[in-house]
Design a protein around this ligand. Structure first.
Ligand code: BGC
Length: 479
C-alpha cells in the first residue's frame, strides 16, 4: 500500500506540473518536457471536440504516451468546427511540429491545410477517422470500423435468435447512424446493415419508419440531442398507435444515449428495446448495467494511442513502417496491417486496425475488469463502513485528482452518489468513467484499518475468492 501511495504522490506531482503547463484553454503542452528532456521533437495532435467523451480519453492517452517517449505535445480540440480545425492545424504547422496526428471534424475539408503540411514535410497520421481527398496522409490508425457495425448487427441476430428459415415472427427496428462528415460513420452503418439486410428482405425485421438509407438515419456531429429529436419524431409518427419497437440499432454511444432518452420519455410500449452502441462511454456503461442499453462495442483507445505513438516514433526515426512494426513493437493486443481496405480517393492508405470487443451486462465485469481491457485504469473502491461519510468523498476526490489515468469508481450505491458529486466537479479533464457494473461483491474489500484504496494495475489480482467475498459481505453493514 505504501508503494501505491508513493506512486500516487509522484503521479500527483507530475500531474500538477502538467496542469501548470496548460496555457490556452484548449491547448496543453507539458513543461517538464524541457528542451533538454525532449529528444524526439514536437507532435501536433488535433482532436475534434471535448464534447464527445472518447476524444478526451484519446487526447490524454496520446499526450501522455508521446511525452513518455520524450516528445513534446501540442494538443488542440476544435469544438467540432471544421473551420476552426483548419486554423488549429495551420497553427500547429506554424509552430513547427514534426508530425501531425489528426482526427478530422470533417474528413473532406482538410485538403488545403494538409497540402501545407506536406510542403513543410510534416508526416500526417489520420487517427481513427480517415481523412479524404489528400495524398498528405502517411498512415491511418483505427479500429476495424466495418466490424464494429457487424458486431452490432450480429448482436441483434443472436439476441433474438433470428433464423432466415423461420418467418413466423417479426420484429420492428429503427436505425440511427453517425455523422456524414465522418468517414467512419458509413462503415459502421454498412457493417450493421449488411448483417441485418437478409432478415429485412425476408420480412423478419421490419422498419416502420421506412428509413433505411444512411442519409436518412445519419446524425449530424454524432450529437445526442439530434439523435434524441429524431427518435422522438419517429416514435410520434410511427409508434404512437401502440406499434412495438423491438430494436434501436445505434452506431455509437452518444447517439444511443439520445435514443434511450427518447424511448424513456416518449415510447408507450412496455417491452425492453434492444439498443446498441459503441465506445463504452461512462453514461452508457451505467445504462448497460441498468438494463437500459443492451450492448456497446468497446474500443480500447489506449491501445490505439500506443499504435500511433510507436508508428510516429518509427516514422520520425526515418523508417518506413509496414506490417513488421506489429511484431517489432511487441504489442500485446491484436492489430492488423491493411493496405487494401481504406482508400481516401487519392489511393489506398496503409492502415493499422485494432479489434473491437462486444460488451454487455453479462460480460462487462469480465471484459472490462478481469481481462483488463481497461489496463490504463486505476481502480478505486470503498468499504461500507465509511459509506455516506463526507471524508470518504473528499478522499475519493483527492485520489481521482492525483490519478493520471482514467478511473473506474466502484462501490455501493450511497458511496457512488458521493463519488458522482466529485466527478461532476472535476469535469471531463480526467476522462473519468463510472461503471456500476464493478460494484459490490466482486471487488476487493478494503482492510478495516484503511479507508480507501487505489488498486494499481489489474483488478484481477485484487479479486477475493467468492467464499471470502460472501463471508465479508455477511459481516458488513449494508452499503
Ligand atoms: C469514432 C467513434 C465515435 C464517433 C463519435 C467516430 O469516428 O470512431 O468511436 O463514437 O466518432 O465521436
Amino acid at each position: 500500500m505504501k508503494k501505491v501511495l508513493i506512486l500516487v504522490l509522484v503521479l500527483a506531482m507530475a500531474l500538477a506540473l502538467v496542469a501548470c503547463g496548460t496555457t490556452k484553454t484548449e491547448t496543453s503542452t507539458a513543461p517538464e518536457e524541457s528542451a533538454a528532456a525532449v529528444t524526439g521533437g514536437k507532435i501536433g495532435v488535433a482532436m475534434p471536440t471535448k464534447s464527445l467523451e472518447r476524444w478526451n480519453r484519446d487526447g490524454s492517452f496520446l499526450e501522455k504516451s508521446f511525452q513518455e517517449k520524450g516528445y513534446e505535445v501540442e494538443l488542440v480540440y476544435s469544438d467540432n468546427d471544421a473551420t476552426k480545425q483548419v486554423a488549429d492545424i495551420e497553427n500547429l504547422i506554424a509552430d513547427k511540429v514534426n508530425l501531425l496526428v489528426i482526427v478530422a471534424v470533417d474528413g473532406e475539408s482538410l485538403s488545403t491545410v494538409l497540402q501545407a503540411a506536406s510542403d513543410a514535410k510534416i508526416p500526417v497520421i489520420s487517427y481513427d477517422r480517415l481523412i479524404m481527398n489528400t495524398d498528405a496522409i502517411a498512415y491511418y490508425v483505427s479500429f476495424d470500423n466495418y466490424t464494429v457495425g457487424t458486431l452490432q448487427g450480429q448482436y441483434v441476430v443472436d439476441t433474438l435468435k433470428l433464423d432466415l428459415k423461420d418467418t413466423s415472427k417479426s420484429y420492428n427496428i429503427e436505425f440511427t447512424a453517425g455523422d456524414p462528415a465522418d468517414n467512419n460513420a458509413g462503415f459502421f452503418f454498412n457493417g450493421a446493415f449488411d448483417v441485418l439486410k437478409p432478415y429485412i428482405d425476408a420480412g423478419i425485421l421490419k422498419v416502420p419508419s421506412g428509413q433505411m438509407k444512411f442519409e436518412e438515419v445519419a446524425t449530424a456531429q454524432w450529437k445526442t440531442e439530434n439523435a434524441l429529436n429524431r427518435m422522438q419524431n419517429i416514435l410520434a409518427s410511427y409508434y404512437a398507435g401502440g406499434t412495438q419497437l423491438d430494436i434501436a440499432l445505434c452506431s455509437n454511444d452518444s447517439t444511443a444515449l439520445g435514443v434511450t432518452q427518447a424511448i424513456g420519455s416518449d415510447y408507450k410500449g412496455t417491452n425492453t428495446v434492444i439498443i446498441t452502441g459503441q465506445d463504452g462511454d461512462e453514461a452508457n456503461l451505467a445504462n448497460i448495467v441498468d438494463g437500459k442499453q443492451s450492448m456497446t462495442v468497446y474500443k480500447a483507445v489506449a491501445n490505439e494511442a500506443v499504435v500511433t505513438v510507436d508508428l510516429a516514433d518509427a516514422i520520425l526515426k526515418g523508417e518506413t513502417p509496414d506490417g513488421s512494426l506489429i511484431e517489432k513493437a511487441g504489442w500485446t493486443f491484436d492489430c492488423t496491417y491493411d493496405t487494401e481496405s481504406y482508400d481516401n480517393n487519392t489511393g489506398k492508405i496503409p492502415s493499422y486496425l485494432l479489434v473491437p470487443t462486444v460488451v454487455t451486462k453479462d460480460n462487462i465485469q469480465k471484459e472490462l475488469v478481469e481481462e483488463s481491457l481497461l489496463d490504463d485504469i486505476r481502480f478505486v473502491t470503498d468499504t461500507p463502513r465509511i459509506c455516506n461519510s463526507f471524508a470518504a468523498t473528499e478522499e475519493m476526490g483527492r485520489m481521482i485528482r492525483e490519478a493520471r489515468h482514467p478511473v473506474i469508481v466502484a462501490g455501493h450505491g450511497c458511496f457512488l452518489a458521493g463519488a458522482q458529486t466529485v466527478l461532476q466537479k472535476l469535469g471531463e479533464r480526467h476522462a473519468i468513467r463510472v461503471a456500476r457494473a464493478v460494484t459490490g461483491r466482486k471487488l476487493q474489500r478494503i482492510p478495516k484499518n484503511e479507508t480507501l484504496s487505489v488498486v494499481d494495475g489489474k483488478l484481477r489480482h485484487a479479486l477475493l475468492p467468492q467464499g471470502e467475498q460472501d463471508a465479508e459481505q455477511r459481516g458488513d453493514s449494508p452499503g
